[in-house]
Design a protein around this ligand. Structure first.
Ligand code: WTA
Length: 655
């Protein structure tokens, strides 16, 4: 059925040796299997990829849509599946994690070591009273200990909520309170790009802000030994807690629907949402997609450069590769330190064969390599690479070509993986050895995923015509609910007009000939800055929280060569509109304010000031106009309904 022949410009090197999904015929066969018996297809894979303590007897339960359940009467433990199972298979001495610290120091951790460390921490958490179903916030940088903390929670049935180490005290506080966490696991500091940055101090600040009374204990991993404050009744060193704890800890066998984790992410309205994931269905898709999308084999060295604070670091660092018994690289630092050759140096040193990163990183490294031949990938031996991956935002064809040619040596297929925090794992992606590639397209749905493009009433749009990306059938690793906000879950993802389909929030278009998907970007007010999701409303709320200065603010995105999108804020002050140096000074002040309120990733790239915002006579802000202004486009829209057209000239002015 596939249209391979019709593809205009397939990259012939999309071939892998003896791939898990061998050719388009194999892909089509899997799609057909899922179509013929949807629940049966996923049940077969769930038996193949997951080791169950008690086998499930039911696959999909859709009796209470959209609160779907998968494999509900089965019991399992994720940490057992990622660690013990591999040791039992004889992989105890295999390296699970090659950790490279910011300063280049390398530590190797075998599966036996990782299991022992996980058990000791799990026992320590239990000794502090953490029980099945309790929430534990993890606020750490990239580290073996971070992965161990996640695995230890999974082992005892505690639900973790990892908060990215770049979030501010305020954001951390909101997430601790939202989850009702009983414990926070953190580090004294993090080492990034040669600098030491605080973590524990931010936890202290977050708790001091109030609302975190549920937190009984803070466990601190000593990373740098830098100075920190200490509250003896609450704070405990991780090494003291785990010392003397047994290296054995019986896994807590939980039901397949037990919440493995919450992960807060931005939406178009309101505060960030605590996306709740399951245990069984999530683990299945983590393991399955790691194997098929990356064609992962036993002797591969896998490196996903994401942070464990984002979903990519959950699925493709903490869980997927470990569930398969793979060897993976975990990197503490940043791609530009000590120089922009760091990634290539590490690929060479660790003989990385599968490399998974974000377009933003590629674009910034292209720029740096163009300016300095010494950090160009051509200077390194990257012949160990077999497969490249991209995630988090659209990869523009120019970056794709560079990645393909200079990093992959023209040999390696690039899997452009489209997915979301809510989907748990890959949704639309090429499979190496099966899918011919087209730069800029994430190609076809993962076998079994019912991705489609519809109009506002949920009807299919013809190929070649853009529309709303939906998933028509529930899938095992889908979001189960928004923590504590079931109605918000229903209205955000299953709006009534869309016939019960899952609304991704992205626009997409399918090629009429190849049937390939191309993601055209978010259709809501979610921005994607360097692959980080940000709600415009969150940034607006942060700005207006600066009550001394700000009367009103509106935030829009605009395209940016390096970061994909950039944040542009339009601000009305409580005082007269500033100009010249004063405007620059206040813009800097506000940018830092947002950095403190949310985190540095949310700082607007540009702030412009007006006496007012462009509004209709009924008081509605005309965001379309703001988007044009942010892009420095001439205003071609009809402005006759505008209450105050004079502000347009003010807001067109840069500081
Ligand atoms: C965008 C990250 C184009 C998209 C895994 C989605 C992409 C949002 C791609 C989710 C891709 C992710 N091509 N766009 N390959 N991958 N996106 O939740 O807008 O941080 O909705 O998950 O990133 O971001 P999130």
């Amino acid at each position: 059925m596939s249209n391979v022949e019709a593809i205009a410009r397939p990259a012939p090197e999309a071939e892998a040796e003896d791939p898990h999904v061998n050719g388009m015929a194999a892909y089509d066969a899997l799609v057909a299997e899922a179509e013929a018996d949807y629940a049966g297809y996923w049940a077969r894979l769930a038996r193949e990829f997951v080791t169950w303590k008690t086998p499930f007897t039911r696959s999909l339960d859709d009796s209470n849509a959209p609160f779907f359940k998968w494999f509900e009467d089965g019991t399992l433990n994720v940490s057992y599946n990622c660690l013990d199972r591999n040791v039992e298979r004889g992989l105890g001495n295999k390296v699970a994690i090659v950790f490279e610290a910011d300063d280049g120091q390398v530590t190797r951790v075998t599966y036996s070591d990782l299991l022992a460390r996980t058990c000791r921490l799990a026992n320590a958490l239990k000794a502090r009273g953490v029980r099945k179903g309790d929430r534990v916030v993890i606020y750490m940088a990239m580290s073996v200990e971070g992965v161990v903390a996640m695995q230890a929670c999974a082992r005892i049935g505690a639900t973790h909520s990892v908060v990215f180490g770049g979030f501010s005290a305020q954001s951390l506080r909101d997430r601790i309170e939202g989850a009702g966490a009983v414990m926070v696991i953190t580090a004294d500091e993090q080492a990034r790009g040669g600098k030491h940055l605080p973590l524990k101090a931010i936890v202290d600040d977050a708790i001091a802000l109030g609302g975190c009374e549920s937190v009984k204990d803070v466990i601190v991993y000593r990373r740098t030994g830098g100075p920190i404050d200490w509250q003896p009744s609450r704070d405990h060193w991780m090494h003291e807690e785990t010392e003397g704890q047994p290296e054995v800890c019986e896994p807590e066998w939980v039901g397949a629907e037990h919440p493995l984790f919450l992960l807060y992410t931005s939406g178009s309205t309101g505060k960030p949402k605590g996306v709740q994931h399951s245990t069984g269905g999530y683990l299945l898709h983590a393991a399955l997609t790691t194997k098929w999308t990356f064609d992962l084999k036993d002797d591969d060295v896998f490196w996903c450069t994401a942070d464990i604070g984002w979903v990519t670091g959950h699925t493709y660092i903490a869980y997927g590769p470990l569930a398969l018994g793979a060897t993976e690289v975990v990197f503490e630092g940043v791609p530009s330190y000590p120089d922009a050759g760091r990634f290539w140096q590490m690929i060479q040193d660790h003989q990385v064969s599968v490399f998974y990163t974000a377009p933003t990183a590629i674009r910034s490294l292209i720029k740096l390599a163009e300016g300095d031949a010494a950090v160009h990938p051509a200077r390194y031996d990257l012949s160990s690479l077999r497969i490249l991956g991209s995630v988090g935002e659209p990869i523009n064809p120019a970056a794709w070509e560079w990645y393909h040619r200079h990093v992959g040596g023209g040999r390696c297929p690039i899997v452009d993986t489209f997915w979301q925090t809510e989907t748990g794992g890959h949704m639309i992606t090429p499979l190496p050895g099966a899918t011919p590639l087209v730069p800029g397209s994430c190609t076809l749905p993962f076998p079994g995923i019912a991705a489609a493009i519809v109009d506002e009433t949920g009807n299919d749009v013809p190929h070649g015509q853009g529309g709303i990306l939906v998933v028509k059938k529930p899938w095992p690793s889908m979001i189960r609910t928004i923590w504590g906000e079931a109605e918000r879950f229903r209205s955000s993802y299953f709006p009534p007009e869309l016939k019960g389909y899952y609304l991704a929030g992205d626009g997409a278009i399918r090629d009429a000939e190849t049937r390939y998907f191309t993601i055209t970007g978010r259709i809501d007010d979610v921005l994607n800055v360097s692959g980080h999701r940000m709600g415009t409303m969150e940034i607006e709320s942060a700005l207006v929280a600066c009550t001394d200065l700000v009367a009103e603010a509106a935030v829009v995105g605009r395209p940016d060569d390096t970061t994909g999108e950039a944040i542009c804020a339009f601000v009305v002050l409580k005082r007269a509109r500033p100009t010249g140096d004063e405007a620059k000074k206040i813009a800097t002040e506000l940018r830092n304010w947002v950095g403190r309120e949310i985190g540095p990733i949310a700082k607007p790239k540009e702030i412009r000031f007006g006496d007012n915002l462009p509004k209709t006579r009924s008081g509605k802000i005309m965001r379309r106009l703001l988007r044009s202004l942010a892009r420095d486009e001439a205003i071609t829209q009809d402005t006759s309904t505008l209450e105050n057209p004079a502000v347009l000239a003010q807001l067109a002015e840069k500081n």
